[in-house]
Design a protein around this ligand. Structure first.
Ligand SMILES: NCC[C@H](CC(=O)O)[C@@H](CN)CCC(=O)O
Ligand SMILES: [Zn+2]
Length: 330
């Protein structure tokens, strides 16, 4: 790619090539923007721990998304935030409420922005009274069979509502197979993608999201169903399993401290797109570092994303999406 000759401008030459290579990696089409949709139709509420991000009511989606779509936004991932006091119960009933924020949000976005690719995150933690990503047994552990049945039903509700892709972030074993079988049985498997959070690790980087979505576990943590941060072999096995269960896209999360896992995913899932989620804590850390004067915000946003792309991701879920739409069109 680059000439071997070293000239006085050698360093400049390599830098320029590097810059060109870097720029060719960034495209608006690789970005998926997370949206928090509430059941208060006219709400626009800033999320203090997630700079520049808001919870939006259904009536605010079109005015909020219109300028972003004009700047090249291509994909969004929806998270429902039921705020009604009685909205939560042990089964996460509100998750697939036909009048709920995600199903209505899918319909509003599909109707107004036919060019947008709509991903629906599928989980129960935003809708359960206990805040866990499934249905619990009496002893507080996850009932895998009931959770998989419920999660796959919610995924189907989103698919029927018009989601182009469903992305179960619950981490219950077997939910990929269950969702794929239901998509096939309903005749939707050729038009609804299944993105698996195959390698999703437990850890301390999800706080701002849980603030935004009101999805903190009321007791315990997610260590018994999210992967242990040191579990590289577990992640490799989960990726292989989910490929065989029918995943169409493999997602790794968090991103920057799991670049090796992104590379593993790229190696294992050779024929599938690889996505990475720069989670709320990663995003908030970059903002905090910039605010503290450690680095320039834009520079670090690019540098952190460059590592994610270099590791092998072709899709990046990031809260920096609106910024990148501006930075890439400048
Ligand atoms: N269903 C789990 C949601 C999970 C956070 C958590 O474990 O609580 C992620 C959403 N898929 C959080 C994403 C983020 O932190 O940005
Ligand atoms: Zn969850």
């Amino acid at each position: 790619v680059a000439s071997r000759e070293t000239t006085d401008e050698g360093g400049f030459f390599f830098t320029q090539i590097g810059h060109i290579v870097t720029l060719t990696r960034y495209k608006q089409s690789m970005l998926i923007y997370p949206l928090f949709i509430t059941d208060n139709p006219d709400e626009v509420t800033p999320i203090p721990s997630l700079p520049n991000q808001n919870r939006l009511g259904l009536n605010k989606l079109v005015p909020f998304l219109t300028p972003l779509v004009q700047k090249g936004l291509r994909s969004v991932i929806l998270f429902g935030v039921p705020l009604a006091p009685d909205a939560k119960d042990a089964l996460g009933t509100a998750a697939d409420d036909p009048e709920g924020p995600v199903i209505k949000g899918i319909q509003v976005i599909r109707r107004n922005f036919p060019q947008l690719f709509v991903v629906a995150d599928v989980c129960l933690c935003e809708y359960t009274s206990h805040g866990h990503c499934g249905i619990l047994r009496d002893d507080g552990s996850l009932n895998n069979a009931m959770s998989v049945e419920r999660i796959s039903d919610v995924a189907m509700a989103y698919a029927h509502a018009g989601a182009h892709c469903v992305a179960p972030s619950d981490m219950n074993d077997g939910r990929i197979r269950a969702i794929k079988l239901k998509l096939i049985e309903s005749g939707l498997s050729h038009q609804v993608n299944l993105m698996s959070y195959a390698a999703k690790f437990s850890g301390c980087l999800y706080g701002p999201f849980r603030d935004a979505a009101g999805s903190c576990p009321s007791f315990g943590d997610r260590k018994c169903y999210q992967l242990p941060p040191g579990g590289r072999g577990l992640a490799r096995r989960a990726i292989e399993r989910d490929i065989h269960e029918g995943a169409d896209i493999i997602l790794v999360k968090p991103a920057s401290s799991f670049l090796d896992i992104i590379s593993d995913a790229k190696e294992i899932a050779k024929d599938l797109p690889i996505a990475a989620y720069q989670v709320s804590g990663e995003y908030a850390m970059i903002h905090a570092g910039a605010k503290a004067g450690v680095f320039d915000l834009k520079t670090m946003a690019f540098e952190s994303t460059e590592g994610i792309l270099r590791a092998g991701a072709g899709i990046v879920i990031t809260y920096f999406t609106p910024d990148f739409l501006d930075w890439l069109s400048a």
